[in-house]
Design a binder for this molecule. Structure first.
Ligand code: PLP
Length: 398
């Protein structure tokens, strides 16, 4: 099928939940994606923070092919070795004790909130607990995950959602304190807000939240679906803050493209779940787990964290320079390879994204008119130079 036919049939067949860009992607190699007509795109979006290792990584592909020939799926009624390997790698990297595997980030959030509520229920012998969530947060699109997502226009058409959610202002500890009651079961937050516009938590804020959770036995859930898995220069962003959550959620780069997610918890909280409390047919199947186990292995082998620190710092410095030179860039925020440029409201960020694509570079937007950069974690300095010069061309056209 040619590109035009694919696009027009997609518009007829798929629900209209996205305004798609007019290209059909066909294959990828390294940090480049290629469309149906063979045009190359430098990828600074990684399929929304997913393909951390770059495309067409031979060892990753071979591991998947080998697992496909052995066993793609079995149920959670039996044991399988890839699940143990993936769980070992994730618990070690996160500092958690037990994990539950899911098929997406949304499901990971869903499960984390259920676990927190179950912990409260067991402890107090009563239901109806409250959860504190944050403005501008993003946790997913299912009814539960949507209930703790801070963007009102995502939520409103689907109300009534899950009850007992209170809203606090991110990086404002007083606003958290004023929402805590005897019924608070959990506080859920991204360590670095992604979709909301790339806002890293303040160190002081997150340590105060940790402290109040300890004092009041409130479950701290850190959503690291976007900012985890090496994205900020440590396997999980909270390591750089010197705090540890009680439950962490992960997905996106966790298996680098095979649909996969997880929530992991320390023993004290994980112990709240008993047989029958939660389940999934696909979650933790051998194919996804083999992919994830291989991702952890390749992170070490290819020294991915070192590259995020070094090349991420280079990227950040280049974006600082751009911010200084172009008044249309109002602010630059980010950690490692999770970077955002806040664009003046006179220019729509979507238009800039379209122009970058025309010039052969894929990039994302985020809330608050932010140009969001989530490149594969294996980019080199020359990729940064190329990306920054494309962004500069596009911005100086305005
Ligand atoms: C993407 C994302 C989710 C949702 O993950 P899906 O895999 O799309 O369901 C949840 N939380 C954060 C922080 C995310 O970035």
């Amino acid at each position: 099928m040619d590109s035009k036919a694919i696009m027009s049939e997609a518009e007829e067949l798929l629900m209209k939940t996205y305004n798609r860009f007019g290209i059909v992607l066909d294959h990828g190699d390294g940090v480049y994606l290629y469309d149906n007509d063979g045009k190359a795109y430098l990828d600074f979006g990684s399929g929304i923070g997913v393909f951390a290792l770059g495309y067409n990584n031979k060892e990753y592909n071979d591991a998947l092919k080998a697992q496909i020939d052995k066993l793609v799926h079995t149920s959670n009624l039996f044991y399988n070795e890839p699940a143990v390997k993936a769980a070992k790698a994730l618990t070690k990297a996160s500092g958690m004790d037990r994990v539950f595997f899911t098929n997406s980030g949304t499901e990971a959030v869903e499960g984390a909130v259920k676990l927190a509520r179950k912990y409260y229920y067991k402890k107090k012998g009563e239901a109806y607990s409250e959860i504190i969530a944050f403005e501008h947060s993003f946790h997913g699109r299912s009814m539960g995950a949507l209930s703790v997502t801070g963007t009102k226009h995502y939520r409103e058409p689907f109300e009534p959602l899950v009850g007992g959610v209170k809203w606090a202002e991110y990086n404002n500890f007083d606003s958290v304190l004023s929402n805590i009651t005897d019924k608070t079961a959990a506080i859920i937050m991204e360590t670095v807000q992604g979709e909301g516009g790339i806002y890293p938590a303040d160190k002081d804020f997150i340590s105060k939240v940790r402290k109040v959770c300890d004092e009041k036995d409130i479950v701290l859930i850190l959503d690291e679906i976007q900012c985890g898995m090496g994205r900020t220069g440590s396997m999980f962003a909270y390591e750089q803050y010197g705090v540890k959550p009680d439950i962490v959620t992960s997905a996106k780069a966790l298996a680098c493209g095979v649909p996969f997610g997880a929530f992991a918890a320390t023993e004290k909280f994980a112990a709240a779940f008993e047989p029958g409390d939660h389940g999934t047919t696909y979650g933790g199947n051998p194919l996804a787990c083999a992919a994830s186990a291989k991702v952890f292995e390749l992170f070490e082998k290819e020294k991915v964290l070192e590259n995020v620190k070094e090349t991420g710092a280079y990227l950040s410095a280049k974006l600082d320079e751009l911010t200084d030179r172009y008044p249309i860039i109002k602010a630059h925020r980010g950690l490692g390879m999770m970077q955002g440029l806040q664009i003046d409201s006179s220019v729509k960020v979507g238009a800039l994204v379209t122009k970058c694509i025309e010039k052969g570079m894929l990039v994302l937007s985020a809330g608050g008119n932010v140009l969001r950069l989530l490149p594969p974690l294996v980019i080199r300095k020359e990729d940064v130079d190329k990306a920054v010069s494309i962004i500069e061309e596009v911005i100086s056209d305005n």
